[in-house]
Design a protein around this ligand. Structure first.
Ligand code: HBI
Length: 352
């Protein structure tokens, strides 16, 4: 197949602004290339991926959907990079068998019937705005097979989705993740530093326990980050910046656990499978996708959203978890081959 992959318009690939999409898109591309398909990636100017070429499109970034209200209007900045990416796709569409986009935006869904080449939609977050719900529902009504989600929990947040949604979950090039059998002292937190990710719960827990916490990710909301640190001036935390996969897996690989503290519905939880791939157990809030990854007591623990006491209790029990079991789960469910299978089968359905 000749596949055109279109990235999120909220930030260039490699900037961390697109959160999990950076990893999902590049692993999706790698999984398809390794099967012999031709893949072209289209992304905002300034995008770069370690070993994949990108068609860079200029234009103004899109407002992140999670900052919008349920009844927000549909907004596009002037000279929108989202619109420019789809204008490019419209011009080249006949060179491809399928266009796969990773945006959580109204425009691609609205434009779908205007394209001759089939468009496959990877929905990367839960239901968030009425405008997006109705844009997705309109396509779902006639071509449900053209829409894929990450997990069943995420799909269930959309009222119009039936009981058998296409779920791709995620996948990693596990050769990039080194299993570390022995744990050091620290805990880890990885993600965009923004209110919906609930880092304050992780910091409150380690402040109480006195266990060091290593933090990695893009500081998306600086005011929020300052406020959280001000509330816990003595918390044993250290911020390690936004790291590429090679450095991130080395940095978290010997942590006692990854703390996943999201307050919103996580569609999946790339950071959770990255931790498991290193043998690091995952302690996650009951925030959707991660509940389908973490079997309580087997590869980590689940606690109620924002329940810091529950998080503290779980951290106390982390010694019970077998680190090899974490790596084994990643190999069984989240390898690049397994992910590539799911994507290839889905795209073949969309084309036919
Ligand atoms: N917001 N408007 C918009 N468009 C996106 O593609 C988008 C977003 N917010 C977050 C996001 N994508 C990704 O970080 C998550 O889907 C992983």
């Amino acid at each position: 197949m000749k596949q055109l992959l279109i990235s999120t318009p909220v930030g260039p690939l490699g900037s961390g602004l697109g959160g999990g999409i950076d990893l999902t898109l590049s692993n999706a591309a790698r999984s398809q290339i390794s099967r012999g398909h031709e893949v072209t990636i289209v992304a905002p100017q300034g995008s770069h991926l370690p070993d994949l070429s990108v068609v860079e499109i200029p234009g103004n970034l899109q407002i992140p959907a999670q900052t919008q209200a349920r009844n927000s209007t549909i907004d596009l900045p002037a000279d929108s990079v989202l619109a420019n990416m789809f204008e490019y796709a419209r011009q080249v569409q006949h060179n491809y068998d399928v266009i796969l986009h990773f945006t959580y935006d109204w425009l691609p869904f609205f434009l779908t019937p205007f394209f001759e080449t089939p468009i496959a939609h990877f929905v990367s977050m839960g239901s968030m705005t009425d405008a997006m719900d109705s844009a997705i529902a309109r396509i779902y009504a006639n071509h449900p097979e053209s829409i894929a989600f990450c997990t069943r929990t995420q799909a269930a947040t959309f009222p119009f989705v039936g009981n058998d949604p296409i779920c791709l979950t995620g996948g990693l090039d596990l050769d990039l993740y080194r299993f570390q059998a022995k744990a050091g002292d620290s805990l880890a937190w990885v993600g965009r530093i923004a209110p919906e990710k609930g880092i304050e719960d992780a910091i409150a827990a380690v402040d109480w326990l006195g266990i060091p916490l290593k933090i990695f990710g893009n500081i998306q909301d600086a005011a929020y980050w300052q406020a959280v640190q001000a509330r816990h001036p003595k918390a044993p935390i250290e911020y390690g910046g936004f790291l590429e996969t090679r450095d991130l897996q080395a940095a978290i690989g010997n942590c006692r656990a990854l703390l996943l503290t999201s307050h919103w519905v996580e569609a999946f939880g790339n950071v959770a499978i990255e931790a498991l791939a290193c043998g690091v157990p995952v302690i996650s809030s009951r925030c959707g996708g991660p509940e389908e990854i973490v079997t309580d007591g087997e590869v980590g623990f689940l606690f109620d959203v924002a329940d810091v006491d529950g998080l503290v209790t779980a951290i106390g029990q982390i010694g019970m978890i077998n680190r090899q079991a974490c790596r084994t789960l990643a190999e069984r469910e989240y390898s690049l081959e397994a992910f590539g299978d799911r994507i290839e089968h889905w795209l073949q359905r969309v084309i036919h």
